[in-house]
Design a protein around this ligand. Sequence first.
Ligand code: FMN
Length: 197
Amino acid sequence: MTTIDLDDFGIGEGISETVVTTYNGWNPNAAPIGIMRKNDKVYVRLFRGSNTYRNVLENQLLVANVVYDPILIVKSTLHHLDNSDFNIVSYDKHGLAVLKGALSWVAFECINIKKTSEALVAEIIPLHAHVNQCRIKAPNRGFNLIIESAIHATRYKLTNDEKYLKLIRAYRNTIVKCGAEPEREAIDLLMEQLTKK
Ligand SMILES: Cc1cc2nc3c(=O)[nH]c(=O)nc-3n(C[C@H](O)[C@H](O)[C@H](O)COP(=O)(O)O)c2cc1C
């Protein structure tokens, strides 16, 4: 068996913010999820109630996609990906949904799943990995704040607390200044979706 060096696919120590895709055989799903890596053990924590949580309990598989497309990140936070955003690839008799727009992806098996009343924690073991594009990218504050804004968007949806909208509005200024057109489009899409009646 070949070992997969996760560093080669963009998943380093600490928490890597990826878009996790899961597949129940007919409906591919995508959601931003943090992949936690510590001393060569890798974990996910999935909150109860999400499609990702349900699919992982069903087939113990997930794919972590490394994505630098801010629109894909915002759309997957808000459940708006089209089936055409995915490729279905087969691996060892399983169908895996992967994102066409990913720079790289790693398919994982979920083991030692532990459930609490709020979430599950699973250790994840890499099965297969792929690189689509290898591009060097300098840190961009606009892009980083899209990730922060998307996290606050999920909190706002859970709590309706206006403080999250205020934070996103403040981040928007820096996103507009430091980001490129896709970041500007992504933050406007996020705000539009959060504030629409
Ligand atoms: C950057 C980012 C990281 C996130 N990390 C996690 C995570 O580690 N675990 C989790 O359960 N939800 C996480 N979320 C929230 C889920 O993405 C969100 O609840 C999503 O709507 C779930 O979608 P689903 O129902 O299609 O699975 C994260 C959101 C963002 C924006």
